[in-house]
Design a protein around this ligand. Structure first.
Ligand SMILES: Nc1nc2c(ncn2[C@@H]2O[C@H](COP(=O)(O)OP(=O)(O)O)[C@@H](O)[C@H]2O)c(=O)[nH]1
Ligand SMILES: [Mg+2]
Length: 393
């Protein structure tokens, strides 16, 4: 059979899993047949005793066979439970289902067909070539992320750092933020460390990690606070203190921000598992209200990332083909409609969650999104610098 279709990581994984199941079943058969062999041996011996007739090789063969099996067990062969086998078979079924849901002719604009190492390396090269400052006055693109608690904001930063540093053995999990295990956001520091490519070369991008904007009993993250963040009223070296920002005083509040302090790109973070048409979704409502406040002639650029793509039927192992999944495209289109952000600036993202090693596909997705954020921010800055900063705000 000849096939022009490339064998992807998912095919390799399916084959590997099938082989694993085959091997386990073969091993289990050793245990299953050992008892039968022993019974047959007993019977053969009895037959010989009563009739003095037996096939001369059968007892010998059986004894050898039993000895071989017992030796394997002694060497550590283990029986695998039926539940475990079912679990593996279920995994194969899910991967095969994913493959059938995938569609070769899903059309996205300007997206690579396969997110392989080459795409990852090309983006890394682009970041490596960036100047370390954008301008003397405004050195970096300031980016902040808004989204509910636990939507993957801190994880996205960790994915970005993992991708930029590009150590094939290491996933960064604590990039200046505490991992949230309780569902309560523990994000503390506002401005995060400088991003670096390959751990050395500084990239002119600064991230500001905000607390979640929902489950907000005392309305601490209200629209005034979010707007103050965008307008640069929060001092970068302070911990995030919504109370001070609301009262417009205190050590974390900056009364007179300049253009280098404002956010140059806002990222809305939406998990792919969100019901976008739920009118009671607090985070979505807040984002839309915020947009009404800030959308104006001097727009700051907005992009969206859709996290948790691995939870809507794209297996981690097939993330390289993420753009071939119609449901991913549909969800991103819906985000584009609901938040009125052009589809080119809605990025599917799968953050590292339980895996041990980075993958080219997840890195590439994060780098693509980051590149767009950077370019948007940079354009915004350059435009403003051309107009003249005095005209600002
Ligand atoms: N499977 C999966 N889990 C994710 C993803 N993004 C975040 N998580 C998990 O969701 C939980 C909350 O993420 P976190 O980044 O702390 O959310 P934050 O409150 O927005 O900063 C953590 O357990 C993450 O590992 C993703 O893309 N896929
Ligand atoms: Mg967080």
């Amino acid at each position: 059979m000849t096939s022009t279709r490339r064998r992807g990581l998912i095919d390799i994984e399916i084959d590997a899993q099938k082989e694993k199941v085959r091997k386990i079943k073969e091993d289990n058969r050793i245990f299953d047949t050992l008892e039968t062999d022993k019974t047959t041996l007993d019977n053969e011996k009895k037959k010989w005793f009563f009739t003095r007739w037996f096939s001369p090789t059968s007892i010998d063969d059986l004894e050898k066979r039993i000895a071989r099996k017992e030796q394997k067990i002694k060497e550590g062969l283990e029986r695998t439970s039926i539940d475990k086998i079912h679990e593996l078979e279920e995994r194969i079924r899910i991967l095969e289902l994913a493959k059938t849901n995938r569609c070769e002719n899903v059309v996205w604009m300007d997206v690579p067909e396969i997110l392989d190492k080459k795409i990852q390396d090309d983006y890394l090269e682009k970041f490596r070539k960036l100047p370390q400052k954008i301008d003397e006055q405004v050195q970096s693109v300031n980016i902040t992320m808004f989204g509910g608690v636990g939507v993957g904001k801190s994880s996205f930063l960790n994915t970005v750092v993992t991708a930029l540093i590009n150590n094939p053995q290491r996933i960064y999990r604590d990039y200046k933020t505490a991992p949230s295990t309780t569902g309560i956001s523990k994000t503390k520091a506002f401005q995060l460390d400088k991003l670096k490519v390959g751990d050395t070369r500084v990239v002119p991008i600064r991230f500001y990690d905000c607390p979640g904007i929902n489950e907000d009993e005392y309305n601490t993250m209200n629209l005034d606070v979010l707007e103050a963040v965008i307008k640069g009223h929060v001092k970068e070296d302070s911990t995030f203190n919504p109370e001070e920002i609301r009262k417009k005083r205190g050590q974390s509040y900056r009364e007179h921000p300049t253009f280098k302090d404002v956010m140059h790109c806002i990222v809305f973070v939406i998990p792919a598992t969100t019901n976008l048409y739920d009118r009671d979704d607090e985070a979505l409502n807040k984002i839309r209200n915020l947009q009404q406040r800030i959308n104006g002639p001097r727009d700051v650029k907005q992009v969206a990332i859709v996290t948790n793509i691995d939870r809507i039927g794209v297996p981690n192992v097939d993330m390289e083909s993420v753009f071939k999944y119609p449901n991913v495209k549909e969800f991103c289109e819906d985000v584009s409609k609901v938040l009125e952000i052009e589809i080119q600036s809605v990025y599917p993202i799968a953050n590292y969650h339980e895996e041990q090693k980075p993958t080219a596909a997840k890195n590439a997705l994060a780098l693509m999104a980051l590149w767009d954020m950077f370019k948007c921010g940079e354009r915004h800055i350059k435009k403003k610098l051309e107009i003249g900063l005095n005209d600002d705000q």
